[in-house]
Design a protein around this ligand. Structure first.
Ligand code: SAH
Ligand code: SF4
Ligand code: F3S
Length: 457
């Protein structure tokens, strides 16, 4: 049965790399003459770009498929892309027989051929490349969703094999783009009006220029110097590959944002060893010390897993102590979820669900108080904010600081600033997850009264 019309709906689950992959998939579909629609019911082709990092994420996709499978009877076709596709492969056709296409992230460059097969009525199309040999998916058809801030993937895959994690299996071996290719894309984006670039990789700082020209820190500096680019972020950094020259680069180049996301996972070296993280708490803290010794304050955020098999109350307490010691501006905390193919799935001493939930709750409450204190230190500062949206009902504009903090602010004008505008904002109030302030009118330094701390970032 051929598709009646070339309309598609795509929903994305998971991390920023998946979000960016979706932009590439959308770009490819548009080029192939498809049109994007807002809902499943309006689409002839329904695509889910999936995540498998925790069981809940995987289940979400199967629930979604189940919810909409009746649409198959109307001739609609389903495609499962991304990490669940790569992990489950052709088994998906058995579990959800109304799915016609299953493709992992390394196969998207073959999407045009797969679409031809789909249009010809093939109902068992699989793109499950051997990711050992795949080259990074190039991005000539990327349809970026935001006009000012854009992602560039610089490294794909992961070779670390942490005991709990599916990514090395779903995304394959680590492979980096050349620095020339990254810089060409950055320049193209700047020419198109982008001012904010986020470099992406599962372990972005494991980047190894495949042409051998630049280290990761040198690439950061080079992207930071692209004319027109005002902000460069990078995520996610792995502690094992975090080198001091990254901090030097942030110190030297003002366009490199003063924020490092450095997932620790646990504050206990014993747990870190069981997780196969390849570093100890001391190693991690040494990197934190480098970051905290930078000339301009660098905001730190992290990821934590609670309830990894064998985690004792004492191990958990060590994680809380680490949070207190470092002072993170945000913590993304998750209950350990046993995943297929990973060594941790067969580990003994699994932690009961209610203990995991209790620890997660305790950690989040503990961290909230830390953030309450940390965010309050910004009161009185003037920070540069990139406008992301307006909330006329509240009379507020919202955006983010270079440190990636959410800043809501009022403007003394009936006209709201456009998305993508950079403004200076004086912070007047703080919350555990956001700051509140008022726009400072440019060219009127008198708006800043003497004695106030000025931190223009
Ligand atoms: N490459 C990054 C993290 C990528 S996955 C790093 O190594 O730091 C994003 C986050 O999901 C991880 O940092 C971890 O905290 C969480 N995560 C990964 N696998 C998980 C699992 N099996 N259960 C719970 N959380 C998990
Ligand atoms: Fe997963 Fe570890 Fe690789 Fe991060 S470093 S993606 S947690 S295996
Ligand atoms: Fe999920 Fe795959 Fe990203 S498992 S977190 S979408 S790499």
């Amino acid at each position: 049965m051929a598709l009646l019309d070339k309309t598609f709906y795509l929903e994305t689950f998971g991390c920023q790399m998946n979000a960016h992959d979706s932009e590439k998939v959308i770009g490819t579909l548009l080029r192939e003459g498809y049109r994007q629609v807002e809902t499943e019911v309006d689409a002839a082709l329904i695509l889910y770009n999936t995540c498998s990092i925790r069981d809940k994420a995987e289940q979400k996709v199967f629930n979604r498929l189940n919810d909409y499978k009746a649409l198959h009877k109307q001739g609609k076709r389903f495609a499962v892309l991304g990490c669940v596709a790569q992990q489950e492969g052709e088994k998906i056709f058995e579990r959800a027989p109304y799915v016609s296409l299953v493709a992992g992230s390394a196969s998207y460059r073959k999407l045009p051929e797969m679409l031809v097969q789909l249009e010809a009525g093939n109902n068992r199309i699989a793109g499950l490349d051997d990711r050992q040999t795949d080259q990074t998916f190039e991005t000539e058809f990327t349809a970026r969703g935001n006009k000012h801030r854009g992602y560039i993937t610089i490294i794909e895959g992961c070779d670390k094999f942490c005991a709990y994690c599916v990514v090395p299996y779903t995304r394959g071996k680590e492979r980096s783009r050349t620095s020339d290719s990254v810089l060409t894309e950055a320049r193209r984006m700047a020419d198109a009006g982008y001012t904010d670039i986020q470099l992406l990789g599962q372990n972005v700082n494991s980047y190894r220029d495949s042409s051998g020209k630049m280290s990761f820190a040198e690439l950061l500096v080079a992207v930071g110097h692209v004319a027109g680019i005002r902000r460069v972020r990078f995520t996610t950094s792995h502690p094992r590959d975090f080198t001091r020259d990254i901090v030097d680069a942030i110190d030297a180049v003002p366009t490199l944002c003063d924020h490092v996301h450095l997932p620790v996972q646990s504050g206990s070296s014993r747990v870190l060893q069981r997780m196969q993280r390849e570093y100890t708490l001391e190693w991690y803290l040494e990197r934190i010390a480098w970051i905290q010794a930078a000339r301009r304050p660098i905001s730190l955020t992290t990821d934590i897993i609670v309830g990894f098999p064998g985690e004792t109350e004492e191990d958990f307490e060590q994680t809380l102590s680490l949070l207190a010691q470092v002072g993170y501006d945000a913590v993304f905390a998750f209950k350990y979820s046993a995943r297929p193919n990973t060594p941790a799935i067969s580990m003994e001493d699994s932690i009961p669900e209610e203990v995991k939930s209790r620890r997660l709750q305790a950690l989040l409450e503990f961290q909230r108080e830390i953030q309450r204190t940390l965010y309050s230190r910004h009161i009185g500062e003037i920070v540069e904010v990139m406008v992301e949206g307006n909330n006329p009902a509240r009379g507020q504009v919202s955006g983010r600081s270079s440190q990636n903090k959410v800043v809501n602010f009022t403007v003394d004008s009936p006209i709201y600033p456009a998305t993508g505008t950079y403004m200076l904002v004086r912070i007047t109030q703080s919350f555990p997850n956001s700051l509140l302030g008022e726009a400072v009118i440019l060219g009127q330094p008198s708006a800043i009264s003497a004695g106030e701390e000025i931190c223009v970032v």
